[in-house]
Design a protein around this ligand. Structure first.
Ligand SMILES: *Cc1c(COP(=O)(O)O)cnc(C)c1O
Length: 332
């Protein structure tokens, strides 16, 4: 597919509205417009969160959704932390499955997939509610068929190691919310212009957290090192899946704080690898780190063999080419 990721949409989406006391019966509506009051809470006070998950076509023609339970649980958690109305997780799950089922014929074959974007936001027309939650909200499930993320080949990424700025307010890190993306945009654009990097690796006070939209993993020989879960960053489901598969492959997994100093020391060793994890790319290799105006290659600066091995192990499960030992796939 020649189009940019996430710019093609299925013509309909499942939608439900919370009126302050109950969720409306979900329905399928055209996906090209949405009517909102200009005073809607989300447009002023950013009461919004979303998810990103994928459905895959298997060789037998069936369509499977990857780790839907985890994504729905995370959307419910984001909603809770943003003081949005509580979700009905069973209803959200059913909406996702119904939507994908309706457009099952449009789910691309591997390496493509159907990207699923559940979105929940506050709709109450109340611009006086700067410090109060929206009592009403809207939830919809947008569907976007996507092609091969690595269609142009694997290119190791360049990251600016930023030990000064923050991606978002520390108490909001584990919320998958548009506001956090808005907060990361300016430092990311500045870094792109100044250092020709792909992403910023946010490391406040030298503590390595994540980039604007992906988790960071250091792969040093047989060990995977990544920050342990806390409130400050987004708990990626790809991160969790890759760590599980690394353990299955007999690798050592260390979930702990990692400083910039240790990162640069380890990255200098031959064979060291780094990668970014997220639903869109699964695992993307990192070849270069830029820190205090100096460039550091990670290992040989190329695409790491272990990174590719772990990505393949996950893709094989998603694509139905390896046994789903952890029960990660759901039928639509
Ligand atoms: C979505 C997201 C990730 C990756 O999460 P996955 O569940 O693996 O897709 C990482 N960091 C941020 C900030 C995110 O928004």
């Amino acid at each position: 597919m020649a189009t940019a990721f996430g710019t093609v949409f299925m013509p309909e989406m499942a939608i439900s509205w919370f009126d302050g006391s109950a969720w409306s019966t979900p329905e399928m509506v055209p996906s090209d417009s949405l009517q909102l009051h200009p005073g809607a809470h989300v447009l002023h006070y950013a009461s919004t969160c979303f998810e990103g998950l994928k459905a895959f076509r298997h060789e037998d023609g069936s369509v499977k959704i990857f780790r839907i339970d985890r994504n729905v649980a995370r959307l419910a958690q984001s909603s809770r932390l943003l003081s949005l109305p509580a979700l009905d997780e069973a209803q959200v799950t059913a909406m996702i499955r119904e939507g994908v089922k309706r457009f099952a014929a449009d789910v691309p074959a591997p390496p493509g997939s159907m990207y699923i974007r559940p979105t929940h936001f506050g709709t109450e027309p109340a611009i006086g509610k700067a410090a109060a939650p929206s009592l009403t909200s809207c939830l919809y499930i947008l569907l976007s068929p996507v092609g091969d993320y690595f269609a142009g080949g694997d290119r190791p990424l360049r990251l600016l190691v930023e030990d000064n700025g923050l991606r978002c307010a520390p108490h909001n890190g584990m919320i998958k919310s548009g506001g956090n993306y808005a907060s990361a945009l300016r430092p990311t654009l500045r870094a792109k212009a100044q250092y020709n990097v792909d992403q910023v690796l946010f490391c406040p006070n030298g503590d390595i957290q994540e980039t604007g939209a992906a988790n960071f993993l250091l792969i040093d020989g047989n060990e995977v090192i990544t920050k342990g879960l806390d409130e400050s960053f987004l708990h990626g489901i790809t991160r969790d899946s890759i760590l599980t598969l690394a353990r299955d492959l007999g690798m050592k997994v260390s979930e702990r704080d990692l400083t910039v100093e240790e990162l640069l020391e380890r990255a200098a060793k031959p064979g060291c690898e780094a990668a970014l994890s997220g639903t869109a790319a699964v695992l993307a290799p990192v070849g270069t780190l830029i820190y205090h105006d100096q460039e550091y290659a990670v290992g040989d600066g190329g695409v790491g063999a272990t990174t590719l091995k772990l990505r393949k192990a996950l893709n094989d499960i998603q694509w139905g080419r390896a046994e789903d030992r952890h029960g990660w796939l759901t039928d639509v």
